[in-house]
Write a new protein. Structure first.
Lengths: 286, 684
């Protein structure tokens, strides 16, 4: 009984909090900053994004143009900030619409089972047959250039993964005894699916939505880079990187929109990781 | 170290023990502070001895076993003490040295045979690897030995079985494979951690028999860990009782189970219903409260807060002191010569008065069957059907408790879900309270749901984790418009919580904030919310510790008396069924084998299956166990996809004759109120 027990040193509570919440908060901060910048772009930008001044073309970063100017003399900072408007809104629309559509379809199919589930799963298989960006390119090209058409093309590619995830989540949940308990109390299928099962399945979906926002923005930028996104001269990050692609000496033209994409994607990823920890009901009690 | 020295003194004359554990402390160093799971355990184990460790979940028994095997993952850490094994201190060996001991000299069998074998490797490969890893056998020799071992473990056609994958075996067979792997290197010590908890009682009896045989034939010392005193008493020559990370009592089963000297042992012994005891009253002896928090064990005796015998001196921490040459106990009361009296059981109440009034059948089931179509193996293969329930007749009278027993896969749970109409029957009829609900739509049946509710097995899965307890309980009230508005619902929920013995503050909390027993109380409250008169309880206590089981049984019995409930009680534990039920229905492969009053059925089982089930249930008293008649049940239940012709039990029946294969025995009255489906009732 007299043995002295020596415990190894443990990390301080503060260090643990930083480790646990640091990155998600950083991610949320990045996203919040971008969202604010995009919302208030007309008030904070020093120039008009489409104001062409060939005399000022390809100026390096300076006090007048913090991030320099592009081949047409437009201010890169202004165009990066305005670009956030396009990228963030297309990303949000694609992921939220695609996510909602896919989730409802997948959840309903998993709950009713039978041929409806089969049909839905074959439809998702059909989409999964193609590499997503190629399929989106094909559809976008067929529909014509423009942010709306590109968003539609992306939606077609986007919903199946949510349908798949929602289906597997609902299948896991519907075999739980609490679903049988709800049935034996007399609740109808609509109530059970929407009020009982989906709240339990929503955690992974929120995580996927958050992680996917970065992905959607990246794909949209990719399509724009290939010339399928926005109609010039609309400022958009992917298109801006494309414009600066061959200007090796004028590195600022492509680098800053590239960095913008990088920070947004990272921001959403950090946030998604944070959500995943936070939405786990078991992790919350610890 | 005083107590260790005393124990030593008490065991003089013993040769050098195989294993000598001294003041072992394994703590989990978590962020929220150290969890002192094993906190000062000392014991000896002689070569060839069988030692049982018993205790409720969280008592530290499994961690203790894992510590001996050095199978600890961070944050678990051995923070003190020694594990001397054949002259080495296992606690101080490095990983390399431990690997040489593990599997070679000490082997372990785990609780869950489903996950402890690698699913992608053939049995042969896993067994051969276990043997060649220590360099004692060549691959060819190991394979021959693997087949021999499987045969020794009772695996049918071992020659072929060795080349199968784990998923092709049942749970019992996998546990045999695990045992074969365990003894394959002829270890000096085999640790079995709840090896039969996941198995049916008949398979449990087979595995325990095997363990006894391995100990006797090979001289392997065995440490058997279980929560079930009956299982331990069946195999072990010595028992350690663990509570709150410590050994609280040690002794031979004959002494410890007939004359416990620690109140915790006493409580464990009296909380579990016994298959051999007459049920005087349906209430069991329980101890209050929960085991203490392992982050902060209480000062003094750790059992004091729950102990019905506690005295002032218990504020001081007692040592484990010898009582005589073979026994030791950690209790001030018995060390001072105090006795633990027999529990005062409430007097049996005159139940006959209630049942004497001409009983009305509340539930009438006729020829009920449920066939599940299975996916075709190939496109053109014949459609296969699983006959989960196949022609069951059953009446449940108002106010009685009917027990449904049988091995897993016999159709008990399916039957429960048929009578509550969670499943649609394939054939037959169900009448509930006079109305035919066989094919009623969910909308038609909704009004009847108020009168018919269900309690589920798994208290962790049966409550929606995203809803507060308040929401879980108000949902049914509002759906059936039992109350008007939120305020009235709140009052009713408070009543319900009071009824099941939970504080009203529970409303705002989520299910994961409660323990298993408390969750089961919530589940019962939900079932009672609608004021039903018929409750189907599907294994309501099988996921709980013995003492919590007793509390839940007492609660259910109380509620039955207060609210006049009728129960259909499903369980695989015969002692529990005998204890709480008026009548018992024995199911085998979807068919009723025998129906009878509980007392009659246990006193004179007429069907051979009933007889073997009863004989397989262990009794926590070695003296009784020796005098009981054992009818071992061979093999495992056949598949319900392809049941045997004639009598379904004939393939495992000790008295089957040719006639049984041809003719299906009908369920006929045999004695007063007892029905049996057997050509030779009472022959065994």
């Amino acid at each position: 009984m007299s043995d002295v027990v020596i415990l190894p040193a443990m990390a301080s509570p503060r260090a643990r909090r930083v480790r646990r919440y640091g990155l998600p908060i950083l991610g949320a901060g990045i996203i919040l900053a971008w969202a604010l910048a995009a919302t208030f772009a007309p008030w904070i930008c020093p120039y008009d994004p489409n104001f062409v001044d060939v005399a000022q073309r390809l100026r390096p970063p300076s006090a007048a143009n913090w991030l320099g100017t592009d081949a047409l003399g437009r201010d890169v900072l202004t165009r990066v900030i305005y670009g956030a408007r396009t990228s963030l809104s297309v990303g949000l629309i694609v992921v939220l619409l695609g996510g909602a559509f896919g989730t409802l379809l997948g959840a309903a199919a998993a709950y009713v089972r039978g041929w409806a589930e089969e049909a839905l799963m074959r439809a998702t298989d059909l989409v999964f047959c193609f590499p997503p960006i190629i399929l989106a390119m094909a559809i976008a090209a067929a529909l014509g250039i423009g942010a709306v058409n590109t968003a539609i093309a992306m939606l077609v590619v986007w919903w199946p993964k949510f349908a798949r995830l929602a289906r597997s989540l609902v299948i896991t949940q519907r075999s739980m005894e609490y679903v049988e308990a709800a049935q034996s109390i007399g609740f109808g299928p609509g109530h059970i699916l929407v009020r009982q099962i989906i709240p339990n399945a929503v955690g992974p979906l929120v995580v996927l939505v958050t992680l996917d926002l970065g992905n959607a923005i990246l794909v949209f930028a990719g399509l724009s880079f290939l010339g399928l996104g926005v109609v010039p001269p609309t400022p958009e990050w992917g298109a801006m990187v494309a414009e600066g692609r061959e200007l090796v000496q004028q590195w600022w033209v492509a680098t800053f929109p590239g960095l913008a994409i990088l920070t947004v994607v990272m921001g959403f990823n950090f946030m998604g990781d944070g959500f995943r920890d936070w939405l786990d009901p078991h992790a919350r009690s610890r | 170290m005083q107590e260790a020295a005393d124990l030593e003194a008490a065991k003089q004359g013993d040769a050098e023990p195989l294993l000598r554990v001294r003041d072992l402390r394994t703590w989990f160093l978590t962020d929220a502070g150290p969890v002192r799971a094993v906190d000062g355990v000392s014991f000896d184990l002689a070569a060839g001895e069988t030692l049982g460790i018993v205790g409720e979940s969280g008592s530290g028994k499994s961690v203790c076993a894992k510590t001996i095997m050095r199978l600890l993952d961070p944050p678990a850490k051995i923070v003190g003490g020694s594990i001397e094994f054949r002259g080495r201190d296992l606690a101080k060996l490095d990983e390399e040295e431990v690997r040489a001991v593990r599997g070679r000299e000490i082997a372990m069998v785990f609780q869950d045979p489903m996950t402890s074998l690698n699913p992608v490797l053939r049995i042969a490969k896993q067994l051969v690897e276990a043997m060649t890893a220590h360099g004692r056998f060549t691959a060819a020799a190991a394979r021959t030995r693997a087949i021999d071992l499987l045969r020794r473990m009772g695996v049918a056609s071992a020659q072929a079985a060795v080349d199968r994958y784990p998923h092709q075996f049942s749970g019992g067979m996998r546990q045999r494979v695990m045992l074969a792997m365990g003894v394959s290197n002829e270890p000096a010590l085999l640790i079995a951690d709840e090896p039969t908890t996941a198995l049916d009682v008949t398979i449990q009896a087979q595995i325990l028999e095997l363990l006894r045989g391995l100990n006797a034939d090979l001289g392997t010392a065995v440490i058997l860990i279980s929560h079930d005193l009956g299982v331990i008493a069946n195999v072990c020559a010595r028992i350690l009782v663990m509570y709150a990370g410590e050994v609280v009592e040690e002794g031979a089963p004959e002494d410890l189970l007939t004359d416990p000297r620690h109140p915790y042992t006493w409580a464990l012994l009296h909380a579990a219903p016994r298959i051999d005891a007459e049920a005087e009253d349906r209430r069991l002896v329980t101890i209050e409260g929960q085991p203490p928090d392992p982050r902060a064990w209480p000062e003094g005796c750790r059992f004091r807060a729950r102990c019905p015998f506690a005295i002032d001196k218990c504020a001081e921490h007692p040592d484990l002191l010898p009582i005589d040459a073979t026994r030791a106990s950690r209790c001030w009361v018995t060390q001072a010569g105090g006795a633990l009296h027999e529990p005062v059981r409430p007097q049996p109440q005159a139940r006959d008065a209630a049942t004497a009034v001409a009983p009305q059948p509340l539930l009438e089931v006729r020829g009920l069957s449920k066939h599940f179509p299975l996916p075709r193996e190939t496109l053109f293969a014949e459609q296969r059907v699983l006959r989960a329930v196949d022609g069951v007749d059953l009446d449940v009278m108002a106010g009685e408790t009917v027990g449904l027993v049988g091995e897993s896969g016999c159709g008990k749970s399916t039957l429960a879900r048929l009578v509550t109409r969670l499943h649609e029957p394939t054939g037959g009829s169900i009448r509930f309270a006079g109305s035919d609900i066989t094919h009623a739509t969910q909308a038609e049946i909704r009004p009847l749901r108020r009168r018919m509710q269900m309690i589920f097995q798994d208290p962790y899965a049966s409550l929606n984790p995203r809803m507060t307890v308040g929401e879980i309980l108000t949902g049914p009230l509002l759906l059936h418009r039992i109350v008007d508005g939120q305020a009235a619902a709140r009052t009713r929920v408070e009543e319900l919580l009071g009824l099941v013995g939970l504080p009203r503050q529970s409303m705002q909390r989520f299910p994961h904030e409660f323990s298993g027993g408390q969750r089961q109380r919530i589940s019962i409250a939900r079932a009672l919310a609608l004021g039903p008169d018929f409750v189907v309880a599907d294994e309501p206590i099988s996921a709980l510790d013995v003492n919590i089981q007793a509390q839940i049984i007492n609660l259910m019995v109380d509620l039955q008396e207060r609210l006049g409930l009728t129960y259909l009680f499903i369980a695989h534990d015969l002692a529990v069924v005998r204890h709480v039920c008026d009548r018992i229905v024995v199911l085998y492969l979807g068919k009723v084998m025998e129906i009878g009053r509980a007392a009659d059925l246990f006193a004179r089982p007429l069907h051979p299956y009933t007889r073997t089930l009863i004989s397989a249930a262990p009794v926590p008293d070695p003296r009784v166990e020796r005098t009981r008649r054992h009818v071992p049940l061979k093999g495992e239940p056949p598949s319900a996809m392809n049941p045997p012709s004639g009598c379904r039990f004939r393939t495992r029946c000790p008295v089957a004759e040719e006639r049984c294969a041809v003719e299906m025995p009908p369920l006929l009255p045999a004695a007063d109120g007892q029905l049996v489906a057997c050509h030779f009732p009472g022959r065994i």
